[in-house]
Design a protein around this ligand. Structure first.
Ligand code: AMP
Ligand code: GLY
Length: 443
């Protein structure tokens, strides 16, 4: 049961909401936010073709880097709450700028976004707060990296320090491969993001994503999710932004959650406070449940994609009120999120070649789809000059379904996927394999 009811009041006016970003994540946020009857309009900058199918949504063309114009237009639109989706504008300090201009913003400032945009800083942060994570070394030259890799007796993961669109992590099988990875980063594969390389002890265990909505001091947790990062079935192939997800993750038992809260979530928020970082946004904890307990693999300063698409349909109309409370520093920390009793799953359809080179511009054909408890959130689409929906990104569509159990969820998702086509469409058939009881029978 939630403390909210249909008549829940907002703390302030909440008619016009702005979401910044252009992916499936932002479309799913818009979809969840518009459910609240107080919300009259949800603007997206820039959104994508799919945003136009969402109730109350309108895309607006504004260059967020043209700061004066941005403030003028947002004042004109009487924006009551701004939600910043992706990490790049957060890392560039957009939330700070908008707050200075008196907007209510859900999204951390540049200082908080550092949890994501500098892996080496995040590792030091965890060390300062005694938060369990893999052992690590920070290096700023290939020579130093070679020294550590050759002398190490444990398998090592190689990471570019800065933002790299989910592609800056290498999990090599040999020392030579480790060195080649470090070399490619130092040679500028990720530009300035690779000025520092983090070498990490390779740890093992299932992964789970936990999201804390945070108002600077207090927090509440969303349902957990499990993402599928690898491109191919059986969790093989290169890492991607995410090929599918399911929520909640049964792996995260009450016992684990208690440990995670005590050893990871609360120490993180306390350490942010200790460092005078007023974090108003979501903290994404990428965790691995190892034999010696849960450890942090990474922090992100935003919602996961496709975890967000998966979780949003479980939210009721009070979701936007929670974002508002976070933005205003007014969470009690006792809010209960009213989720449905259903579970949710998402399968991502990608362009052929993703996460490497891929072509775009292929028409997307969508056949007969039953949209009861099913959402199609566009991730990378646009319209061509004839008004046809075409592919415009590596990840193209997020197909999300809810039902009583995960077998039903994924049966529906894959049935609907059969109705969708574009040249080179690719998706994994085993999303949710961990929680689909019928999975081995089907395959
Ligand atoms: P990240 O972008 O840091 O989340 O890393 C992407 C993926 O690489 C993670 O989801 C893990 O599957 C894997 N990974 C990252 N760091 C480690 C590590 N220290 N040990 C094992 N796997 C890792
Ligand atoms: N799904 C992983 C991420 O958003 O980083």
């Amino acid at each position: 049961m939630s403390i909210y009811s249909k008549t829940s009041k907002s703390l302030s006016k909440l008619e016009n909401i702005l979401i910044i970003g252009n992916g499936g994540r932002e479309n799913s946020l818009a979809w969840a936010i518009q459910k609240n009857e107080l919300v009259k309009k949800v603007y997206l900058i820039p959104g994508n073709a799919g945003s136009e199918r969402i109730n109350k949504c309108e895309r607006i063309k504004i260059d967020i880097n043209n700061k004066n114009d941005l403030v003028e237009r947002l004042d004109f639109l009487k924006i009551d709450l701004i939600v910043i989706g992706p990490e790049i504008p957060l890392a560039n300090g957009l939330a700070d700028f908008l707050r200075k201009n008196k907007f209510k913003v859900f999204g951390p400032g540049k200082d908080g976004a550092k949890l994501e945009y500098s892996k080496s800083w995040a590792k030091d942060f965890m060390q300062d707060a005694n938060i369990p994570t893999a052992n690590f070394w920070k290096v700023n030259s290939l020579e130093k990296a070679k020294e550590i890799i050759y002398s190490s007796s444990i398998p090592i993961v190689v990471k570019a320090d800065g933002l790299a669109s989910g592609k800056g992590v290498f999990i090599p099988d040999s020392k030579d491969e480790c060195i080649r990875a470090a070399e490619s980063i130092f040679n500028g594969k990720f530009g300035k993001s690779g000025n520092v390389v983090v070498l990490e002890e390779r740890i093992q265990g299932p992964e789970v994503s936990v999201f804390a909505l945070c108002d600077g001091k207090k927090y509440i947790l969303l349902p957990s999710a499990q993402d599928h990062k690898r491109l191919n079935e059986n969790d093989k192939g290169p890492n991607t932004g995410g090929m599918g997800a399911y929520s909640p993750a049964p792996l995260l038992t009450e016992d684990y959650l208690d440990i995670i809260i005590k050893e990871i979530i609360e120490p993180t928020i306390n350490e942010l406070n200790k460092k005078n970082i007023d974090y108003k946004g979501v903290i994404y904890f990428g965790l691995m449940i190892t034999e010696s307990g849960p450890k942090v693999i990474e922090y992100n300063c935003r919602f996961g994609d496709p975890e967000c698409q998966t979780i949003m349909p479980l939210m009721d109309q009070s979701f936007v009120l929670l974002l508002e409370k976070c933005a205003m520093g007014k969470l009690t920390g006792f809010e209960k999120i009213d989720t449905t009793d259903k579970v949710s799953g998402c399968v991502i359809a990608t362009s052929k070649g993703y996460p490497q080179e891929y072509e775009t511009g292929f028409p997307i054909k969508i056949g007969k789809i039953d949209l009861t408890d099913c959402q199609i959130f566009d991730s990378g689409t646009c319209f061509n000059e004839n008004g046809e929906l075409i592919t415009a990104g590596g990840r193209v569509l997020s197909i999300v379904c809810q039902d009583k159990d995960f077998d039903m969820v994924f049966e529906k998702a894959y049935k609907n996927l059969n109705e969708i086509n574009f040249d080179g469409i690719y998706f994994r058939n085993d999303i949710g394999h961990q929680v689909r009881k019928n999975f081995s029978k089907e395959n």
